[in-house]
Structure formats: structure tokens, C-alpha cells
Design a protein around this ligand. Structure first.
Ligand code: 6GU
Length: 240
């Protein structure tokens, strides 16, 4: 997979050199480039913003540098252009799976009050444009969202996570939150590991974990339970 990120703070994306994502890049599983949007300006001051038409607080990102920037990475096919924004659709694990199947992702990090809307309109001509949000709160710019989205997508690429089994039993893989986990020692500060996990009875352990997923999801994220399709619950689930 190829990923291009545009930002006026490319240093913000330095964390993508580390850990699993850094390793995936070294191993050639991911070709990731971070570009400075100011390199696509033509004036002496490398201006990327201006005052908003119609008035109001803050500044808006100018269209010309964005067009130069996006044209510089456009290859033959129709890349996905992700525009992080609190005004986007909420990014989900299902979207991460869909994006992991793409050939080329481009991320356009806005700052200030956002990017001139015409950039998105113009980009529709040659990109599959997706304004995406991390959730219902406001960040100062798209960079932190790109760190989150790139990590969520890249870890799903074949070979990035050593044991692919670990991608199956995690939160959101089946629409539920993950079950609680424990390790040694079995007794710690008067707190014991649930007896059943020491039993060696794999069928009962699987049932216990499924019940814990359902209980935890009902308590912490009732919205997820409500969205679960009826066919994904068995008779034992309905008894929890
Ligand atoms: Cl993607 N961008 C900004 N600026 N704020 C956010 C966000 C994105 N997601 C949640 N808040």
C-alpha cells in the first residue's frame, strides 16, 4: 500500500517511523511519505491560509497549494483522499478494513478553520474523497487523526501484525467490545483471576468470554448492542 500525507506540521507525523508501522515501512509492506504543504506554495512567505469569505473567526486554507500538492501524488488510478475533519463521518473499524484493501491513500491535514470547500469539490474529479472524523470532539488539526487512521489501517495489512489471530479477538471485530484479559500471577493483592480461565475447559472459557463481551458492551456501549444484527446473537447470548 502507498500512503501520502500532506501537512504544514510534517514533524507531527514522525511517530509513523516507530513501532509496528515503522517496521512495516522498513519491511516494504507500506510506502509512506509525509509532505510539507508549504513546499507547494509559490509566494515568498509560503502562505497557506487567508481570511474567510463571509466573515467570521479564524483562517481558511487556500485552494492553490492543495491542488499543487494533490496533483503531485496522483498516479493513474483513483486514489482515496481522506480529509480529517470534525465535520466528517465517524471513522470505524469497518472503514479501516475497507481502506486496507486500497492501493493508494492520500491524507490532507487541515489546520485553522479548515480547507476551502472547492478543493474537495475539485478533487472529486480524480480522487474518491472521504471527509472522516475520529469522534465528536474538536482537535486543532488533522495530524492526530491521521496518526490514528494510518495505524488502524496499516495494522490490517497482510504481514504487519505478526500473529493475525490477534486481529480476530479484539474490540469491534465482531461488533462487540473485547473480553477482559488476565496474566500471571493468578492471585495478586487479594484479587483472583476468574477460576474458569484456569480450568482448561476451552468450550466453557469461550462461552465465559462471549458473555463478558456482551455484558461489557451493554454497560459501556449500549449503542453498539442496539446496532448488532439479530442473526449474530445465539440462544446463549440472548440469555446473558
Ligand atoms: Cl479528523 N479533525 C479535527 N480537527 N478534529 C477532530 C477530528 C478530526 N476528529 C475528531 N475531532
Amino acid at each position: 500500500m502507498r500512503i501520502d500525507v500532506f501537512s504544514i506540521f510534517p514533524e507531527y507525523l514522525a511517530a509513523l517511523d516507530l513501532s509496528l508501522i515503522g517496521k512495516a515501512r522498513q519491511d516494504g509492506l507500506l510506502a509512506l511519505s509525509v509532505h510539507n504543504l508549504r513546499d507547494f506554495t509559490t509566494d515568498r512567505h509560503r502562505t497557506v491560509d487567508d481570511t474567510p469569505y463571509g466573515g467570521g473567526a479564524g483562517m481558511v486554507m487556500k485552494p492553490e497549494p492543495w491542488a499543487q500538492a494533490l496533483e503531485s501524488v496522483h498516479g493513474g488510478a483513483r486514489p482515496v483522499l481522506i480529509v480529517p475533519s470534525p465535520a466528517g463521518a465517524v471513522f470505524t473499524q469497518a472503514m479501516a478494513h475497507d481502506l486496507a484493501r486500497e492501493e493508494h491513500l492520500v491524507f490532507a491535514c487541515g489546520r485553522y478553520e479548515g480547507i476551502d470547500e472547492r478543493v474537495l469539490e475539485w478533487a472529486e474529479g480524480s480522487f474518491d474523497v472521504r471527509p472522516l472524523s475520529l469522534g465528536d470532539y474538536v482537535l486543532n488539526g488533522g495530524e492526530v487523526a491521521v496518526l490514528a487512521m494510518v495505524e488502524a489501517v496499516a495494522r490490517l495489512l497482510p504481514g504487519v501484525v505478526g500473529n493475525p489471530e490477534s486481529l480476530v479477538e479484539e474490540s469491534h471485530s465482531d461488533g462487540l467490545l473485547e473480553y477482559p484479559v488476565y496474566t500471571k500471577p493468578s492471585a495478586w493483592r487479594d484479587l483472583a483471576v476468574p477460576e474458569i480461565l484456569l480450568s482448561g475447559n476451552h468450550a466453557r472459557i469461550a462461552r465465559y468470554r462471549r458473555d463478558e463481551q456482551l455484558r461489557r458492551t451493554a454497560r459501556r456501549r449500549p449503542d453498539l448492542l442496539a446496532r448488532l444484527d439479530a442473526g449474530s446473537l445465539d440462544a446463549a447470548d440472548l440469555a446473558v
